[in-house]
Design a protein around this ligand. Sequence first.
Ligand SMILES: Cc1cc2nc3c(=O)[nH]c(=O)nc-3n(C[C@H](O)[C@H](O)[C@H](O)COP(=O)(O)OP(=O)(O)OC[C@H]3O[C@@H](n4cnc5c(N)ncnc54)[C@H](O)[C@@H]3O)c2cc1C
Length: 383
Amino acid sequence: MSKVFDLFIIGGGINGAGIARDAAGRGFSVCLADKGEIGGATSSWSTKLIHGGLRYLENYEFKLVRESLKEREIVYRIAKNISKPIPFIIPHTDKIRPAWLIKFGLLLYDNLGGKTSIPKSKTLDLNKKFPNILKEKYKTGFQYYDIQIDDKKLTKLNAQDAKKNKAKILEYNKVKKAEIINNEWVISLQNRKKIKSKVLINASGPWINETLHKNIKIKSKNKIRLVKGSHIITKKLYKEDVAFTFQNTDKRIIFVIPYKKNFSLIGTTEVEVKSPENTVISKQETQYLIRSVNNYLKKQISKKDIVDTYSGIRPLIEDFKEASKVTRDYVFDLKIVKKLPLLNIYGGKLTTYRKLSEKVLIDLKKFLPKTKVGPWTSKKKLI
Ligand SMILES: Cc1cc2nc3c(=O)[nH]c(=O)nc-3n(C[C@H](O)[C@H](O)[C@H](O)COP(=O)(O)OP(=O)(O)OC[C@H]3O[C@@H](n4cnc5c(N)ncnc54)[C@H](O)[C@@H]3O)c2cc1C
């Protein structure tokens, strides 16, 4: 008789890989399949920050910011080899947000997550500190810290650790169909193999509803909005190891972040799209990012300075607000199909993947065999 896994996970992005790591480390038998490379989709197209999300405070998302700040501390501790704290400078411009509002936001940001090893915020004299980078009219700035991380490596390290704990990780193997036969989930893969499992988790990121409707053949009331975010990469725009948070007149913010040794990463945009496939930056998005940089930096850039671009799709839970105001929090949709559990994971951030994974195992506890191992991933380093 073929093996029946405790858990089958569709999707090897950060959420799927994080769940696989946590579950395998607790002694559950886990199988994960991705249609591409582990961490090859949204989880390598992010801005590569483990952050509290300073700007979500403006949308009163205190719970999300608090959880994210706590996770920032933990993820930094367990993944120091692929991450580092980096100062972000917000040049002040009265026309967009008053100074008191930013200072108040930063006070909350410094304290909401509790004890932290990450430096606190402060006010800077920009003309003294960065006379060669910023235009002279930006005199005052606010500095805060977040963590820069290699998002793809973070995902791969999670999958590798799951593998060490005997999880089966399958790449380039699309889940074609998942159905219940004889009281078990039977998952049909692209390579024609069939895998059996007690629990099914759909962690297919922006493909979540496509997987649910087309491959699992279940209808969902949960609507998602697909919002494209694009980045441009230029040769290093300045030599200092600092990032900038530029406020735009539409109230959105753009980051300029030192990237690898010789580059600057600039992003991101927000454009609603119909499908998660073929994501590329548009002319308008490119212009928007260039314009934003040129409003602040002395060195003016143009299309010619771009050496690379990438775009990803945020699968945001539809709550009928402007894209920048739609929550970045995650939602679980646990369905019981013919007495067997199917957990769909909507939304989320790179930053909160570990906590999300822990919560998944709490929610699925009653469907899984008993083990002696409880939550463990906050203490064990990802090597
Ligand atoms: C532009 C942008 C910037 C961002 N910046 C940040 C940031 O700086 N910090 C932060 O915390 N978060 C950020 N995020 C959010 C973060 O990137 C995502 O929340 C996270 O990567 C989502 O991971 P996931 O596992 O849900 O999805 P994905 O990484 O997309 O993984 C889903 C996987 O499912 C697979 N799949 C789909 N269908 C099937 C199938 N039928 N069979 C098998 N496999 C399948 C896909 O191949 C894919 O690998 C950003 C997002 C975007 C788009």
